[in-house]
Design a protein around this ligand. Structure first.
Ligand SMILES: [Mg+2]
Length: 249
């Protein structure tokens, strides 16, 4: 008997970035009658609100729903009639300043200060900071020629790692570098959920569309949870109906 069913969002409960369809919102409400439900995904809270929270019917038992944006570095629960964060592992002001300064120092040290930039170069997502070398409004052609083979960013990345120990520093799009805490993945988020809910990992199961090596749901399996891999939200619905039937019997 599982106490909690955790889900990936995009490709599992909904199509990518889309709101839950009505039939899925009803299925989540049905499942909440027999178990706790968690949703864990890389998007931030506004995306969760749009895709999940605002879609559920009034009968849904929201006291048993756990919403985990930004891969579980944030947890939202519904208490006293509103959704609010239980925790949010944001970089604090001092950490942010250290990150901003490290970028400046790193560009200086590696000799890759761009001749020209377009718009803000730092985007703050709370638990992730993204640095765009040429600025967020840089034209495509400028971005394409700046670092097509990642050569500049590999050097900047190596330099940054010496300046920012304990952080995960990875190359993103054409000119960007993402900084997060080290080791943030869905296994990390699920352990945070265990601690916040008091429900053991053995009493949880996980359902997702990317449970394969390299997939962003795979850490849940590696963590030792019972997992079910689905193709799409339709298949998720079938799995949910089976769980509801089994939990009732
Ligand atoms: Mg997915």
């Amino acid at each position: 008997m599982k106490q909690l069913v955790a889900f990936d969002l995009d490709g599992t409960l909904a199509e990518s970035k889309q709101p839950l369809p009505d039939w899925m919102a009803q299925a989540v409400a049905d499942l909440l009658e027999v178990a706790h439900v968690a949703v864990i995904s890389g998007g931030d809270w506004p995306q969760f609100d749009k895709q999940v929270a605002s879609r559920l019917p009034p009968r849904a038992d929201l006291a048993r729903l756990w919403l985990m944006p930004t891969t579980g570095t944030k947890l939202y629960t519904h208490r006293g009639g509103i959704w609010s964060p239980v925790y949010a592992e944001l970089f604090d002001e001092a950490q942010k300043q250290a990150i901003f300064s490290a970028f400046d120092a790193s560009l200086e040290a590696t000799g890759f200060v761009p001749e020209r930039t377009w718009g803000e170069r730092i985007e703050d997502r709370g638990s992730q900071i993204t640095f765009s070398a040429l600025g967020q409004q840089a034209p495509i052609h400028a971005k394409e020629i700046w670092d097509p083979d990642f050569a500049k960013r590999k050097i900047i990345q190596a330099d940054l790692r010496t300046r920012l120990p304990g952080l995960s520093i990875n190359m993103g799009g054409a000119t960007s570098i993402d900084i997060t805490r080290e080791g943030v993945d869905k296994a990390y988020g699920l352990k945070k959920l265990r601690d916040a809910s008091g429900i053991s990992l053995g009493a949880m199961m996980f359902i997702g569309d990317a449970i394969f090596p390299g997939g962003n749901d795979y850490p849940a399996k590696e963590l030792g949870l019972d997992t079910i891999r689905v193709r799409d939200p339709r298949e998720t619905l079938a799995v949910m109906e089976t769980i509801v039937a089994c939990q009732k019997s």
